[in-house]
Design a binder for this molecule. Structure first.
Ligand code: GLA
Length: 401
C-alpha cells in the first residue's frame, strides 16, 4: 500500500473552493460568481514534439489551480494570488496585452486579452488564484492558471459556449497558447493547454500537434499495480528564458533546410539526417525523429494495457533528451538514475527540462522505496531535497463551485 502522506497531496475540490473563495472575499470584500479549476500535467512520452508537429502523450494531474472569479461591468481587472495575498494587481484589460503584463499576471490575465482580441465579449473581472500545482516544477502550473481563467471568462461572459465541447475547448486552448507566446513571452507549444482542457479522467491524451486532434488513451495504472512517481527536483526551471526558444528555433531552421514545415513531416529520417550539416541541427532533429518512434511504441503498449513494457522507451527518451536535445540537468539525471537503481521500470525527465520534474514508472509496492532512494541520492550529491507526487490520470479543467 502506498503511504500517501509523504507525497505532496492534491487539494480536494472543497479545499480548493474554500482557499480561492476565502482569498477572493479577503481581497475584494464580496463573493465570487463561481470557482473554476484546471490541472497540472505530466507527459508520459513525446517530449519537445508539440512545436515540431508531432505526437505527445500527457495526462492531467490531480493537482489543480483554483480560480474564484466575478465579472465586472467595466474594463478594470483585479488579480490576487495565494502566493502574495496582500498584493492585489489592478489594471485594465488593455494592460494585459503583449509587452505590458509580466510575471504571473501575464499568465492569469493574458487569456482575457487574447479572448477579447478574438472577439469573445470579455469585460473586466476580479479573480483570486489558489493552487497546489508546484510552481516552476515543470508540471505546467502556468497552463493550469491560464486555462482555469479562460474557462471562467468563457462562462461568465460567453455563456460557456467554448467550454461546453471539445471543439470549443480546443479554441480556448489555442487562445491560452497565444497568451503564453504573445503576452508571457514563452515560445511554448500547445501540449500543456490541450491536456488541461481536453483530457478525460482515467485517460492519457494523445495529441497530434500537426492538426491539434486528440485521442483518449485509457491509462489505468492501478489495475496494473503500477504508479507514476513524480520527482520534483526543485532545480530552478524557466521556459521564458532563451534555452527553450533556442531549441525551437534550431528545429525550425532544420525543418526549413529540409523543405518541410515541421520536422515531424519528414518522411525519411535517415536521409534527412544525412542532408543536414550543422551539428546541433542534426542532434536536435535526431531526438525528434527517435522520440516519434518511442511515442508510437508507448501508445501501442498503453492502449493494449501492456504498461510494464514501456520502461525501456522512457529510459531511451531521457537519454535522447539529455544527449541529443541537451535539456536535462544534473538533478534530473540523478533522479532518473537513482529511481532505476531502486527498481523503477523506467524513468525520464518530463516537460520542458532545464530543471523541473522527472517521472518514474514503479510497482506500487516499491513507490516509497524508490522515493527514499532518490531522496538519499539527492542528499549525497548535495542537492536540495526533492519533492514527490503520485500521478494518476485525472480530470480536465471545469467549473467546480
Ligand atoms: C513545455 C512546453 C510544452 C512542450 C514541453 C516539452 O512544457 O510548455 O509546449 O514543448 O515543454 O515537451
Amino acid at each position: 500500500m502506498l503511504n500517501r502522506s509523504s507525497f505532496l497531496p492534491a487539494w480536494d475540490t472543497p479545499e480548493g473552493i474554500r482557499r480561492s473563495s476565502d482569498l477572493f472575499v479577503a481581497a475584494y470584500g464580496s463573493r465570487p460568481a463561481g470557482v473554476w479549476a484546471a490541472p497540472g500535467r505530466v507527459n508520459l512520452i513525446g517530449e519537445h514534439l508539440d512545436y515540431n508537429g508531432g505526437f505527445s502523450l500527457p495526462f492531467a494531474l490531480p493537482h489543480r489551480t483554483f480560480v474564484a472569479l466575478a465579472p465586472r461591468a467595466d474594463e478594470q481587472v483585479r488579480l490576487v494570488s495565494d502566493l502574495a495575498p496582500d498584493a492585489v494587481w489592478s489594471g485594465t484589460l488593455d494592460d494585459l496585452g503583449p509587452g505590458r503584463a509580466s510575471g504571473w499576471v501575464a499568465y492569469a490575465g493574458g487569456p482575457a486579452w487574447v479572448l477579447r482580441d478574438e472577439g469573445v465579449p470579455v469585460r473586466g473581472f476580479d479573480a483570486a488564484v489558489a493552487s497546489c500545482v508546484p510552481l516552476g516544477a515543470g508540471l505546467s502550473s502556468s497552463a493550469a492558471l491560464e486555462t482555469a481563467v479562460a474557462l471562467a471568462l468563457d462562462e461568465v461572459f460567453n455563456q460557456g459556449a467554448l467550454g461546453a465541447d471539445d471543439a470549443g475547448r480546443a479554441r480556448l486552448a489555442a487562445a491560452c497558447v497565444r497568451a503564453e507566446n504573445e503576452v508571457a513571452g514563452a515560445a511554448t507549444g500547445g501540449m500543456d493547454q490541450a491536456v488541461a482542457l481536453r483530457s478525460t479522467l482515467g485517460h492519457a491524451l494523445l495529441i497530434d500537434s500537426s492538426d491539434a486532434s486528440v485521442t483518449q488513451v485509457p491509462l489505468d495504472l492501478e489495475a496494473a499495480d503500477l504508479t507514476i512517481l513524480v520527482i520534483d527536483t526543485r532545480a530552478p526551471h524557466a521556459l521564458a528564458d532563451g534555452q527553450y526558444a533556442s531549441r525551437r528555433a534550431t528545429c525550425e531552421r532544420a525543418a526549413a533546410r529540409l523543405g518541410v514545415r515541421t520536422l515531424c513531416q519528414v518522411e525519411d529520417p535517415e536521409a534527412a539526417l544525412g542532408r543536414l550539416e550543422d551539428r546541433l541541427e542534426i542532434a536536435r532533429a535526431r531526438h525528434v525523429f527517435t522520440e516519434q518512434g518511442r511515442v508510437r511504441r508507448v501508445v501501442e503498449a498503453v492502449s493494449a494495457g501492456r504498461l510494464r513494457e514501456i520502461g525501456p522507451d522512457l529510459d531511451a527518451s531521457h537519454a535522447s533528451l539529455a544527449g541529443d536535445y541537451e535539456v536535462s540537468c544534473p538533478e534530473l539525471d540523478v533522479a532518473v538514475e537513482a529511481a532505476r537503481r531502486a527498481g523503477a521500470l523506467g524513468a525520464r525527465m518530463t516537460g520542458g527540462g532545464f530543471g523541473g520534474s522527472a517521472i518514474a514508472l514503479v510497482e506500487r509496492a516499491k513507490a516509497s522505496a524508490v522515493r527514499d532512494a532518490v531522496a538519499a541520492s539527492f542528499a549525497a550529491h548535495g542537492f536540495a531535497a526533492p519533492e514527490f507526487l503520485v500521478a494518476s490520470a485525472s480530470a480536465p479543467g471545469g467549473r467546480v463551485g
